[in-house]
Ligand binder design. Structure first.
Ligand code: ADP
Ligand code: GLC
Length: 490
């Protein structure tokens, strides 16, 4: 950025930001991209709700403001703002309101979504806008993420269109997953505080409901999603899940920008969660991590000499759990070990638990969200399985590459953009890939992986190919910066 130009001011709005609150990759992105954008010279801040996990986490958050007055339906709610910082000093504004956010989980319990998610995220987003007004410090762009923040572009184009502070603020809306659409009954429009005229097919209306995701898609100045392939896919009926029509209308403003990996958090040479640090020159240390992991998760010692497949995932249809259930025993039948760390839908937990009970020495299942174990699986496994039905970007395959853990992925979305199938002739490639969402296609790739694993020289070459890849954030951050600039000059 030129020395004399005023830095761009960007506010990130996200319902989860690592390490403050995380259920998946959105938190990783919202925790790392702001720092990377700051490194490019922008002035950055972040806003997210102050959840129970955030309060209980090891962060220092200072009270900043207590005078929030947030309209919600017919009522006006108070609330507090606390301030913390990212590791690069980006201010993080935490919106506290006990009755809405001091709960065991971020969005749902095992029974389903919280009944008042609309109220919760209307409150959060309106509070964030009102806080900007209160501070008297405008930003150039509000970068919104996923349905929870989808109303912000709508507010700026309606309620705050002529506001002296917010009226000229631009918005970028990033779709991390089109499967989560923020759907609520139409009658709840009043809770949002938007004028009734937004309720039509080219507005918030979605098959008789309102969609907060659609609000973001319709009203933001520009749209991104998290890989070039997914940007194309979501314009088709198969992947667009009903949003393809409205996305096609906005195709000129829709960009696919691949996520990055934060190598400060995901590098085997400086990972505090793994027992034996290593890099491409010390691959024998990876074997020690594998042995320690087998011990930790209760797998047979003999798996040391056999390929260990790992999976770290939300348990949902998106992630290919039904395919996984179909092939688990076959993978073990080929002599491999399998360790799965997952949390999510009960239906998949039950199916996996049933299968896991049959051969505990070769198959270990950990149900739960365990950040630290995720790192040890990343370091200890030989292959990381990602049989996703669809995958907007996927971060774990990028982390796996850095750990010399070879990704085995289905060719979809960001998995297709980041993984190049290994070619034994040229020795090029960084993983294994299969196309059709079918058990035999997946097993074909598994057999290939096991075959190459038997030849240590080939396998080490493949590991090194992955470890040499660079998916760090800086390139993508530069693309976001260019996009912020282009919206502002449009
Ligand atoms: P998604 O956001 O769709 O879940 P990503 O690959 O983008 O998928 O990101 C998933 C993130 O969540 C990664 O950081 C991964 O390590 C982490 N993760 C997923 N499941 C678990 C789990 N059960 N325990 C710990 N970390 C998990
Ligand atoms: C979503 C997607 C995942 C992506 C993540 C971060 O949760 O499912 O593919 O990596 O967001 O953008």
């Amino acid at each position: 950025m030129g020395g004399l130009k005023k830095p761009l001011r960007i506010l990130f709005l996200s319902s989860e930001v690592a390490p403050f609150a995380k259920t998946g990759g959105l938190a990783d992105v919202a925790g790392s991209l702001p720092d990377a954008v700051k490194r490019q010279g922008a002035e950055v801040s972040i806003a997210l709700p102050f959840y129970r996990v955030t309060r209980e986490g090891a962060f220092s958050a200072q009270p900043l403001f207590s005078g929030l007055r947030v309209p919600l339906g017919g009522a006006t709610l108070g609330g507090h703002v606390l301030q913390a910082h990212t590791k690069e000093g980006v201010p993080v504004y935490l919106f506290e309101r006990e009755d809405l956010f001091d709960r065991p989980n971020l969005y749902a319990t095992s029974e389903g979504d919280y009944y008042d998610n609309l109220e919760r995220f209307v409150y959060f987003t309106r509070a964030a806008l009102l806080f900007l007004k209160h501070m008297g410090s405008p930003v150039d762009v509000i970068h919104c993420h996923d349905w929870q923040t989808g109303l912000v572009p709508a507010y700026l184009k309606t309620v705050y269109r002529d506001d002296p502070l917010l009226g000229s603020t631009a918005t970028l809306f990033t779709i991390h997953n089109i499967g989560y659409q923020g759907l609520f009954p139409q009658e709840k429009l009043a809770v949002c505080g938007l004028p009734p005229r937004v309720l039509h097919m080219e507005g918030l209306e979605y098959w008789g409901q309102i969609s907060l995701l659609k609000a973001g898609i319709v009203y933001a100045d520009a749209l991104t999603t998290v890989s070039p392939s997914y940007a194309r896919e979501i314009q088709t009926p198969e992947f667009g899940l009903g949003m393809e029509g409205i996305l096609q209308k906005r195709v000129k403003d829709l960009h696919g920008i691949l996520n990055g990996a934060d190598y400060d958090l995901w590098s085997p040479d400086k990972d505090p969660d793994i027992p034996y640090p290593y890099d491409e020159h010390r691959l024998e240390e990876k074997a020690r991590n594998k042995a320690a992991l087998l011990d930790e998760v209760g797998l047979k010692e003999s798996v040391r000499d056999r390929p260990l497949f790992g999976m770290i995932s939300r348990l949902s249809a998106q992630k290919g759990c039904d395919l996984l259930v179909q092939v688990m025993e076959d993978i073990i039948g080929l002599g491999a070990g399998l360790v799965i760390l997952g949390s999510g839908e009960e239906k998949y937990q039950t199916l996996l638990e049933k299968a896991a009970r049959r051969d505990p020495g070769n198959l270990s299942l950990r149900i739960g969200f365990d950040e630290s174990l995720a790192h040890r699986i990343m370091a200890g496994a030989d292959v990381l399985l990602l049989p996703s039905r669809y995958e907007p970007c996927g971060l774990t395959q990028m982390y796996a590459l850095k750990y010399g853990t070879v990704p085995l992925v289905r060719a979809t979305g960001g998995l297709d953009d980041t993984i190049v199938p290994f070619d034994p002739e040229t020795k090029q490639g960084n993983g294994f890939k299969f196309g059709p969402y079918k058990a035999d296609a997946l097993m074909g790739a598994v057999k290939q992986a096991i075959r190459h694993y038997q030849d240590p020289a080939t396998w080490q070459g493949l590991m090194r190919n992955g470890m040499a890849e660079d998916f760090s954030w800086d390139r993508s951050a530069q693309r976001y910066l260019d996009l912020y600039q282009s919206i502002l000059s449009a």
